[in-house]
Design a binder for this molecule. Structure first.
Ligand code: HEM
Length: 441
């Protein structure tokens, strides 16, 4: 016998069941939504403030899961000590060809198929290739280069002050400074600098179309290829000649590897350098009492640059790995093939390592006897950590030190040509940067 003694009773029961089911489904999807990992990268809430999620996760959930654009759910590590563990653990790999490696975009996934350079290699290949260029970036080599960096900064400022005010600071200063210097190290002839700097800007400034960016990329690669051939015939004292003479000719690497390594050195740090120069100017203008100290004592530039690179961790998406075997990290079981993102931007604000981490303090890394906090600038994560820590850190720091020891001496009245609120920032889910900066003095 039917449970329902009339069609009406049946349809009422059915409606009630469907209602129960829909409440259950709604509650299931709420629970699922509650447990689904948050989407990553997190967004900066405002201007240069880091994403608020980092502080919350440091306090409540330092090793967690996040969801990327492709639905994958790598681990996110936000505490300083765990970031160091991730970046020094050889059971974790930087090889982007390994399944599970966390890619941040469709373009990145595509690029991961290319033949890698040392930035994407594991030991022992990583150090074999990195050591081919390292000597040109060590402390002695950069100390010798310092007068050239100073001349480059001075002459770009000379040219900038001749322009009608306000000027496009990126175009006239923060882009050409690092470009001209790295081109000099590579051995690019002076007369080609302007053209190549333009091409580099097109490939990396984000406002070009995909076709324009890839054409500019190809132009740069073709140009470097020709330079590799020329230096093969008549070597000079530069990075490309060194690669050709010491590596390509004896057969350690192929011509195409030399082109790729030179290209890596050309593009790896350029956009970040531009960002850090822009951010340095804007940060000083926002903290006039700290700017006054720097103007009174330009040798504070070194301490300022360390704090700048801690406070604005300008390259925060590169420190990614994938587990080669099962490991345990801070009590969590991470399986082979799972991705890990080490959030250096969060580690640089870790309250267990830096006092008042959200305060910008030019004296943070000065010794206590000089009125500073006596903290250790090497612990700031701006340049990464471990074997892949930025190979050009000394160069980058020296360029920034020279820039900030010079800029406000030469132009003490330098100021923004627009209000701070109108500055154009990089998209909130991308690395911190400024896309347009007009200044006057
Ligand atoms: C302020 C400027 C710079 C910042 C903040 C910066 C930051 C970083 C960071 C965070 C890494 C580590 C990536 C990782 O672990 O995978 C890195 C690596 C690297 N950087 Fe820089 N960088 C800067 C300037 C430069 C410059 C000017 C160059 C080139 C001349 C450069 C070339 C490289 C290269 C080739 C690597 C890969 C090193 C390796 O994998 O062994 N960087 N950089």
């Amino acid at each position: 016998m039917s449970m329902y003694n009339s069609p009406r009773a049946y349809s009422s029961r059915l409606r009630s069941c469907l209602q129960t089911l829909s409440v259950a489904r709604a509650s299931y999807s709420t629970t699922a939504a509650m447990t689904a990992p948050p989407s990553f990268p997190f967004a900066r809430p405002h201007a240069w403030d880091p994403p608020a999620e980092y502080a919350r996760l440091r306090a409540t959930n330092p090793v967690s899961r996040v969801q990327l654009w492709d639905g994958s759910t790598p681990w996110l590590v936000v505490k300083h000590k765990d970031v160091i563990n991730v970046l020094t653990d050889n059971r974790l790999s930087k090889e982007r060809s390994r399944p599970g490696f966390p890619e941040m975009s469709a373009g990145g996934k595509e690029a991961a198929k290319n033949k890698p350079t040392f930035v994407d290699m594991d030991p022992p290949q990583h150090m074999q290739q990195r050591s081919m260029v390292e000597s040109l970036f060590d402390v002695d080599a950069i100390a010798k280069l310092r007068p050239h960096i100073q001349r480059t900064v001075d002459s770009l400022l000379d040219a900038m002050v001749k322009q009608e005010k306000p000027v496009d600071f990126i175009d006239k200063f923060s882009l050409p400074v690092p470009s001209y210097i790295i081109y000099g190290i590579l051995g690019v002839p002076f007369e080609d600098l302007e053209f190549l700097t333009q091409q580099n800007a097109i490939r990396s400034n984000g406002s070009a179309t995909a076709t324009e960016a890839s054409t500019a990329n190809k132009t740069l690669l073709d140009y470097i290829g020709k330079l590799v051939d020329q230096r093969g015939e008549s070597p000079k004292e530069d990075l490309i000649s060194k690669l050709v003479t010491e590596q390509v000719k004896p057969g350690h690497i192929e011509r195409s590897d030399a082109v790729q390594i030179a290209f890596l050195m050309l593009v790896a740090g350029n956009a970040t350098m531009v960002s850090m120069i822009n951010l340095g100017v804007v940060t000083l203008l926002q903290y006039p009492e700290q700017l006054a100290k720097l103007k009174a004592n330009p040798s504070l530039s070194s301490a300022f640059v360390s704090e700048l690179c801690r406070y604005h961790t300008g390259s925060a998406m590169a420190t990614r790995r994938v587990a080669k075997v099962d490991i345990e990290l801070a009590g969590h079981a991470i399986k082979a093939g799972e991705g890990i993102i080490a959030a250096t931007q969060s580690a640089s604000r870790d309250e267990d390592v830096f006092s008042d981490p959200d305060v910008f303090d030019i004296a943070r890394f000065l010794p206590k006897e000089e009125g500073g906090r006596g903290e250790d600038g090497y612990k700031a994560m701006g340049y990464g950590w471990g074997e892949h820590r930025c190979v050009a850190e000394t160069l980058a720091r020296t360029e920034l030190e020279v820039v900030f020891a010079t800029l406000f001496q030469r132009l003490p009245n330098l100021k923004l040509a627009i209000p701070f609120e109108d500055i154009k920032w990089s998209p909130p889910r991308k690395d911190i940067g400024i896309t347009e900066l007009h200044v006057t003095w």
